[in-house]
Design a protein. Structure first.
Length: 371
């Protein structure tokens, strides 16, 4: 290790995950918001476009600008989130497609000189989008009848695709299909999109024209289970190193609050990363690290810049030994899903939480690539 912590991102695995999803959908919008779920938006965007994605999606105008500034000037990029008027002007100037569900937002788009708009019907997520199908129809008609406006597509977002009970998922898809049907009669070229990673993997095919996938691209299982069972390859590994070794006698402690007290003689390893790097404090005493290809428990309270691992006696571990928090070593593997279960959260949050203090090293099956 030349740095205290390192996230290694395998773009070849990302490309293979993209190819897997494209077997179930004729078009794929690759969601690269939140710095590609912590994996590095610029490099991941280039990789998925090379692998056949039709377009990209981000959440904010600043995320869009980062991609454009990095030279990604050609791909269609959809900004999914709500935008202030100033952000909308920036996004349209940067060539974004945007999402509308109100008349006033279309007024803003016209005032900014126009652009491509996707109309969003809320079929059950209960956040953005209009529940009023008649209003959604009016928005479509206004876009079609206004110079400078272009109908980029129509969309909805699914609330329960990652849950075992598919009844509400089916209700949402049926509501969306019922609204899209009459529009298609008038606009056969209309691009309708609804499925996310979970819905696409669940059904094995898209019912509409395009799927919007994020989490599965990165080899994260949307159902919180084993990604390999669905043919997905985890893209990110989190590495660190043993920066100190500490003998620990019975009754001695480690970390804030003395939440770990040794009951027998042992040895502790100190790793130089903590919750400021994205290793959640909620994992204190609940997770493991791979050192010398062996699982060792995290003990004590994870602090801002360090954490401690119980090695036991006679582990043979030396200062400088490699440590893996997410990823594989020997025959052992720790997944983001495992950490998510330990922290009572979801795998998305595990990778999104990795801070910019952790460098991302992008490679292709172990071969370094240019930044």
């Amino acid at each position: 290790m030349t740095v205290r912590a390192l996230a290694r991102v395998n773009l070849a695995a990302l490309e293979r995950n993209c190819a897997l999803l494209l077997r179930s959908s004729p078009r794929l919008c690759a969601v690269v918001k939140a710095d590609a779920y912590g994996h590095g938006a610029v490099q991941c965007s280039r990789a998925v476009m090379a692998a056949g994605a039709a377009s990209l999606a981000v959440a904010t105008a600043d995320e869009l600008r980062e991609l454009r500034a990095a030279g990604l000037t050609e791909p269609t990029i959809l900004v999914l989130g709500a935008l202030t008027r100033a952000e909308l002007a920036q996004a349209l100037a940067d060539g974004a497609e945007v999402v509308a569900w109100t008349e006033s937002f279309l007024d803003w788009v016209v005032g900014c000189g126009g652009g491509a708009v996707h109309v969003k019907l809320d079929t059950g997520m209960g956040r953005f989008g209009t529940r009023d199908g008649a209003l959604a129809d009016r928005l479509v008609q206004r876009i079609e009848g206004t110079a400078g406006l272009e109908l980029g597509g129509v969309m909805t977002h699914l609330a329960t695709a990652d849950e075992p009970d598919h009844r509400f998922l089916e209700e949402q898809l049926e509501r969306f299909a019922a609204w899209v049907g009459p529009l298609r009669e008038r606009r056969p070229d209309l691009v309708a999109h609804a499925e996310n990673s979970a819905a696409l993997l669940n059904a094995g095919r898209t019912r509409f024209d395009m799927a919007r996938c994020g989490v599965a691209l990165y080899g994260l299982d949307p159902f919180g289970e084993d990604p390999g069972a669905r043919g997905l390859e985890p893209v990110l590994e989190l590495h660190s190193w043993v920066s100190a070794l500490k003998p620990c006698a019975p009754g001695e402690s480690a970390g804030y609050g003395r939440r770990f007290l040794a009951s027998v003689p042992t040895e502790l390893a100190v790793l130089p990363l903590g919750y400021a790097d994205g290793v959640r404090r909620a994992l204190s005493g609940k997770a493991e690290a791979l050192i010398e290809s062996t699982r060792h428990p995290l003990v004590g309270t994870i602090s801002m810049d360090s954490l401690t691992v119980d090695l036991g006696l006679e582990s043979g571990v030396a200062v400088g030994a490699a440590a893996v928090l997410i990823g594989s070593a020997g025959e052992q593997r720790i997944t983001a899903e495992e950490l998510a279960r330990a922290a009572d959260t979801i795998n998305y949050e595990i990778t999104c939480a990795l801070s910019r203090r952790v460098p991302r090293e992008h490679h292709r099956d172990g071969e370094p690539i240019a930044a």
